[in-house]
Design a protein around this ligand. Structure first.
Ligand code: NAI
Ligand code: MG
Length: 358
C-alpha cells in the first residue's frame, strides 16, 4: 500500500507570518514533487489576529488536532497592540504550545551560509552547530507564579531530573546523528550552565554527566554561560551540539543567530514525544508586514527541520541544499538588516529554482 500522506497543520500567524508561510508552502510543494511524497494541509487560525476576532489565541480543540498531526508549521504570532488588561500580549502561543504539546526540546541550528555576512569574522562553513534549549521548565516556568510587590519581585528557576534527562538525551542523540558536522569535525555535546553559583544548574550538570556515560562515542564539554557567550563569538567553529536550560538557551541562541546573519536566517523546531512544531526564531515584524520585504529563509529552514522530524530527511536535506546553492550562486541577495534586496518572493523563487532532481 502507498504510504499515507503526510498530515501537516499550518498556523499562518500574524504580521509577516502569512507571507513567510506562503513562501515555505511553495517550497514544500516543489520538494514533495521531487521527493515523491504526498501531504495534506490543515490551516489553524491562531495568534493575535485570531484573538482579536474570537477572544481566543488558540481555538478550542486545536491542541488535540496539532498533536494528531505529523507536524506543525507555524509562522510568527503576536501583535504589540493586542494585549490583556495586565499589559501582557494576548496573541502569543509559546507558553500554550510548549506546555500543551510538551515539546521539551527547542532545536536551533546555527549555520553560516555562503554569501551571508555574520557578526563575527568567520566565513561560510566555519559556523555549524545546534543549540538545544530546554523548553518546558527552567526560569520561564515561573511565568506569573513568582512573588511581586511594588518594591520587590522574585521568580523561581526550576530544574528537574526528568526534564533535564530527556532534553540532554535528545542532544546526545542529535550529536550522534550529525556525524561530526561541526566545522572542526568534532562530535561533542557542550553543557552550558551556571553550576558554579546556582543549585538548579548544578543539578542540570549532574544529570548531563550521568546521561553522557551512555554516549561514550560522543565528546563532552562544560562551559559556564558567561564564558559560553564569549566562546560562541570567539570560537564558534569548535561547537557541535550545545544543551542548556530554557532562559540561557533563549539568550544564547539569539547571540548565535547574530553570528550567522541574523534572525531571518534561523529556523527552529520544538520537539516532544507526541508532537512537534517548527517556526522561525523571530517575531511577526509588524514594521515590515504585508509589504513582501521579509526574509523567508527562517521559515523555509523551519520547514526543513519539520521534514527531518517527520522522517523525510532527504527532503529536509534537499531544502537546506537549495537555500545554500541559491545563496552561493547569488540567486538572491540579502541587504542590510538581512532583508532580501528584491523582496520575499525573489528568495522563494530562487530556492524553488535550486530544488532540482538528483
Ligand atoms: P521581531 O523579531 O518581530 O522583529 C525585530 C526586527 O527584526 C524588526 O525590525 C523586524 O522587521 C526584523 N525582522 C524579523 N524577522 C525578519 C525577517 N524574516 N526578515 C527581515 N526582517 C525581519 O521582534 P519584535 O518587533 O520585538 O516583536 C514583534 C511581535 O512578534 C511581538 O508581538 C512579539 O511578541 C512577537 N514575537 C513572536 C514570536 C513567535 O511567534 N515565536 C517570537 C518573538 C516575538
Ligand atoms: Mg526568544
Amino acid at each position: 500500500a502507498a504510504p499515507s500522506p503526510l498530515d501537516l497543520v499550518v498556523i499562518p500567524g500574524d504580521g509577516i507570518g502569512p507571507e513567510l508561510v506562503d513562501s515555505a508552502l511553495q517550497v514544500l510543494a516543489r520538494v514533495a514533487a521531487l521527493d515523491g511524497f504526498e501531504y495534506r494541509l490543515t490551516t489553524v487560525d491562531a495568534g493575535a489576529t485570531a484573538y482579536r476576532r474570537t477572544g481566543r489565541a488558540l481555538p478550542d480543540g486545536a491542541l488535540e488536532r496539532l498533536r494528531a498531526a505529523d507536524g506543525v508549521l507555524k509562522g510568527p504570532v503576536g501583535l504589540p497592540d493586542v494585549r490583556h488588561p495586565d499589559g501582557t500580549e494576548a496573541g502569543l502561543l509559546g507558553g500554550l504550545l510548549r506546555t500543551g504539546l510538551d515539546t521539551f526540546a527547542n532545536v536551533r541550528p546555527m549555520r553560516l551560509l555562503p554569501g551571508v555576512t555574520g557578526a563575527t569574522r568567520h566565513g561560510p562553513g566555519e559556523i555549524d552547530y545546534v543549540v538545544v534549549r530546554e523548553n518546558t521548565e527552567g526560569l520561564y516556568l515561573s511565568r506569573g507564579a513568582g512573588a511581586a510587590t511594588p518594591h520587590a519581585a522574585s521568580d523561581q528557576l526550576m530544574v528537574t531530573r526528568v526534564g533535564t534527562e530527556r532534553v540532554v538525551r535528545y542532544a546526545f542523540e542529535l550529536a550522534r546523528g550529525r556525524m561530526g558536522a561541526a566545522a572542526d569535525g568534532a562530535r561533542r555535546v557542550t553543557c552550558v550552565d551556571k553550576s558554579n553559583v546556582l543549585r538548579s544548574y548544578a543539578l542540570f550538570r549532574r544529570v548531563f554527566d550521568e546521561v553522557a556515560r551512555d554516549y561514550p562515542d560522543i565528546g563532552t564539554e562544560h562551559l559556564y554561560a558567561d564564558a559560553a557567550a564569549h566562546e560562541l563569538v570567539a570560537r564558534p567553529q569548535t561547537f557541535d551540539v550545545l544543551v542548556m536550560e530554557n532562559f540561557l538557551g533563549d539568550i544564547l541562541s539569539d547571540l548565535g543567530a547574530a553570528t550567522v546573519g541574523g534572525l531571518g536566517m534561523c529556523g527552529s523546531l520544538n520537539a516532544g514525544t507526541d508532537a512537534a512544531y517548527a517556526e522561525p526564531v523571530h517575531g511577526s515584524a509588524p514594521d515590515i508586514a504585508g509589504r513582501g520585504l521579509a526574509n523567508p529563509v527562517s521559515q523555509i529552514l523551519s520547514l526543513a527541520l519539520l521534514l527531518d522530524h517527520a522522517g523525510r530527511t532527504s527532503a529536509g536535506d534537499r531544502v537546506r541544499g537549495a537555500v545554500e546553492s541559491a545563496l552561493s550562486r547569488g540567486d538572491f541577495e540579502l541587504g542590510e538588516r538581512g532583508q532580501p534586496v528584491r523582496g520575499t518572493q525573489s528568495v522563494t523563487a530562487a530556492v524553488c529554482e535550486n530544488l532540482r532532481p538528483g
